[in-house]
Design a protein around this ligand. Structure first.
Ligand code: C2E
Ligand code: MG
Ligand code: MG
Ligand code: MG
Length: 299
């Protein structure tokens, strides 16, 4: 009886329950490991050097193309996949795809590139659940082996929440990864609850400044001070910074003026297909600053 009452209450406050369950069933179907490769796809968004517009790397972003719902975005299924544990095989698949692409970019650069052109790295999001999985290290090792990617061309994006658990184990796991030559980035930096001391304690190479800070750059002196502060902090600690969600030239200019070296955002490119990413590797630099006169205050 208690169960029924509970159910009724749940129904009353969550009218979306039915739909949620149907979604979950669909997700589980899509995440059946035999169908991951047919259900999902990976897009790639350029990470550019702000002053030159040159592509330094690409972030791999998973998508779920759906016959009736269109392109389903990760925010609609990553949490579900984390809860069910299916993020583990999905994440491993994204990693394999991304590493394979990075090797193709390397080939393009070797074949068609100019001598001063470095092959872009690939940056892959790793959810806390994946990172804590006992097989994670082996999954990474296997991805490196199968793809033949240079470990230095692989970046793993972790969120600050990963650093909240079990310090010793997290530190050991991170160190074994960086010993392979892989780099670790902290994603959505500034939005978590971790203390800053972890920046010294853990082998981190890159901070990605969250879009929410970049958004207000031109409008709010507080936001400006925050982004500038993070940039200087990173500099002092010998870390690289990437500003997320750069949407206009004004933000680009302000970021350059405070010494932020890299950016990612719709100003340069939206996430694109693997084929388009391959084209971009040898294409001219991105962003309107590249070689063009810029009007101050533009954007
Ligand atoms: P994120 O890692 O912080 O990725 C950046 C998100 O910002 C992406 O959303 C990207 O499309 C979006 N973005 C980039 N530039 C701009 C911009 O200029 N304006 C705006 N409005 N948005 C911009 P997306 O692809 O929807 O991914 C959302 C989140 O889902 C990611 O945030 C990441 O946390 C997660 N995610 C995506 N792919 C994976 C994956 O393969 N594995 C895991 N575990 N998580 C993933
Ligand atoms: Mg990310
Ligand atoms: Mg991010
Ligand atoms: Mg984010």
């Amino acid at each position: 009886a208690a169960k029924t009452a509970g159910k009724r209450q749940w129904r009353r406050y969550h009218p979306d329950l039915q739909r949620g369950m149907a979604e979950r069933a669909k997700l589980q179907e899509g995440l059946d490991s035999s169908s991951i490769e047919t259900s999902f796809m990976v897009l790639y968004q350029p990470i550019v050097e702000l002053t030159s517009g040159r592509i330094a790397g690409f972030e791999a972003l998973v998508r779920w193309p759906h016959s009736t719902r269109g392109m389903v975005l990760p925010e609609q299924f990553i949490t579900l996949a984390e809860e069910s544990g299916q993020i583990v095989p999905l994440g491993a698949w994204v990693l394999d795809q991304a590493a394979g692409e990075a090797v193709r970019w390397e080939d393009s650069v070797l074949r068609g590139g100019t001598a001063d052109c470095n092959a872009p790295y690939v940056s892959v999001n790793v959810s806390p659940r994946q990172f804590r999985d006992e097989d994670f290290y082996d999954v990474i090792r296997r991805a490196l082996e199968i793809s033949g990617i240079e470990p230095s061309s692989l970046v793993l994006e972790l969120t600050e929440s990963v650093l909240l658990y079990n310090d010793e184990r997290v530190l050991a796991e991170m160190s074994s990864l960086t010993d392979l030559g892989i780099r670790i980035a902290i994603d959505d930096f500034g939005t978590g609850y971790s203390s800053l001391s972890y920046l010294r304690e853990f082998p981190i190479s890159i901070l990605k400044i969250d879009k929410s800070f970049v958004d207000g750059l031109g409008r709010s002196s507080e936001q400006y001070a925050l982004v500038e502060g993070i940039t200087h902090l990173a500099d002092t600690l010998g870390l690289t910074v990437i500003a997320e969600g750069v949407e206009n030239v004004r933000q680009q200019e302000l970021l350059i003026s405070m010494g932020c070296p890299f950016g990612q955002g719709y100003l340069f490119a939206e996430p694109v297909s693997a084929e388009e990413a391959e084209q971009l590797v040898l294409a001219p630099p991105l962003g309107r600053l590249a070689g063009l006169p810029v009007t101050p205050g533009d954007g």
